[in-house]
Design a protein around this ligand. Structure first.
Ligand code: GUN
Ligand code: ZN
Length: 408
């Protein structure tokens, strides 16, 4: 293990999200790290006396490490490779790709590549779907770097089966209630019985739930046919007891007023995945409705439908997609939704997603013109570029005060 200095003092510009509409920008900032945590963060002249050591100069801006609230780590190798309508994309490309994770050697190699790539892209945690295989999930637990919540997808369609309950419980307990997400893949891959069992399991463990909701019109129509007793798609999950404040619903594009109200009443979170929605031509999440109802949400890449693990790319697409529809969006909100909002969803708002004292020293250095007075404009420039290019835009990623990416 690499030696971690007890204390490090950095001088750089600092951009720290506070809320969807505010951030703290310090053009000449100081960040003091002690024993893996942020001890102080402010103008360099104010932090300097406390630091008692000369600062290391960093050429760029420091932001909190990104949180990706929705991705499929087992689709990392094929991200952005396939297109088409959601249901045929899943059947033709994704299910065969995920079936390969029955092989632990393949799973191990993919997990290492995945965690190295997300760290390189500046992501320090989030919520991830694994394949149906418990062994692949265990491997992800061993290889994970950063703060990850994860779960094996539950499916009982075709020849796919959920794992043995005792083995599932053991792996879920190893992740713990703050680390495991019961993950019924989506309504179409689960029987009503499996959805109910998933709801019971989540209550028993007190853990997270993640699933997909109303991503494509064809999916919504198929759910209506498969679950005629339910009022709508959201009701399918509600009847199974899957909706609560620790539930994260991916996409939420084609919802009725009744469904928005239901999500609000249950306290659910939305993982908004604009780059994925563009790639699969799923439609635009109704951001105005989400705002009007006050439903909490954060950004996700949804790799591999999303073409990039870079949250800079997701932020760029968030701004572009909603601006094109005439909705007011800001770089401030993009940064907040890619950091602190996701941390809050994970119940880790006091630990992650901000550079305030006491937080884990998980942060990212991004390129930044010296003396910038317009942080919004500068951040938009940092986000400019293609999906692959942006994965290596960060100049460095630190976890617990250790610079881990790019590799030395
Ligand atoms: N719905 C069910 N499974 C998936 C998946 O793997 N990706 C996306 N984007 N939507 C889904
Ligand atoms: Zn997804």
């Amino acid at each position: 293990m690499t030696h971690t200095p007890d204390k490090a003092f950095y001088r750089a510009a600092i951009l720290d999200p506070v809320s969807p509409s505010s951030w703290r920008y310090i053009p000449d900032g100081g960040l003091l790290v002690e024993r893996g945590r942020i001890a102080s963060c402010g103008p360099v002249a104010a932090v300097g006396p406390e630091a008692e050591v000369p600062p290391q100069e960093l050429d760029g801006v420091l932001v909190p490490g990104f949180i990706d609230l929705h991705l499929h780590w087992v689709q990392h190798a094929v991200r952005g490779r396939f297109h088409g309508d959601l249901l045929s994309w899943l059947e033709r490309h994704i299910y065969p790709e995920e079936a390969r994770f029955a092989d632990p050697v393949h799973a191990r190699a993919c997990a290492r590549a995945f965690f190295a790539d997300v760290l390189r892209a500046g992501t320090v945690g989030g919520m991830a779907y694994s394949s149906i295989h418990l062994e692949a999930l265990r491997i992800a637990r061993e290889e994970a770097r950063g703060r990850w919540v994860a779960g094996n997808v539950l499916m009982d369609d075709g020849d796919r089966l959920p794992p043995h309950p005792a083995a599932l419980l053991e792996e879920a307990r190893a992740w713990g209630p703050d680390g495991y997400a019961v993950s019924p893949r989506f309504a179409l891959s689960c029987s009503a019985g499996l959805l109910e069992a998933a709801g019971r399991l989540a209550r028993e463990l007190g853990c997270f739930v993640q699933t997909h909701l109303a991503e494509s019109p064809a999916e919504v129509a198929a759910v209506a046919r498969a679950f005629p007793e339910a009022a709508d798609y959201t009701d399918v999950y509600d009847r199974a007891g899957l909706l609560g404040p620790r539930t994260v619903l991916g996409h939420c594009i084609h919802l009725s007023e009744r469904e928005w109200n239901c999500l609000l009443e249950r306290g659910c979170w939305i993982a908004h995945c604009p780059s994925s929605n563009e790639a699969l031509d799923s439609g635009r999440m109704d951001l105005e409705a989400v705002r009007r109802h006050g439903i909490p949400w954060a950004l996700g890449s949804d790799v591999g439908a999303g073409p990039s693990v870079s949250m800079l790319h997701v932020m760029q697409r968030f701004l572009a997609v909603h601006a094109a529809a005439g909705v007011s969006v800001t770089a401030r909100e993009a940064l907040y939704r890619a950091t602190l909002a996701g941390a809050r969803c994970l119940g880790a708002g006091e630990e992650l997603g901000s550079l305030r004292p006491g937080r884990a020293a998980h942060f990212v250095l991004l390129p930044w013109p010296r003396g910038t007075r317009d942080p919004g404009g500068a951040l938009r420039e940092v986000m400019a570029g293609g999906p692959a290019e942006l994965e290596s835009r960060p100049l460095g990623t630190w976890l617990w005060g250790r610079r881990l990416a790019p590799p030395a």
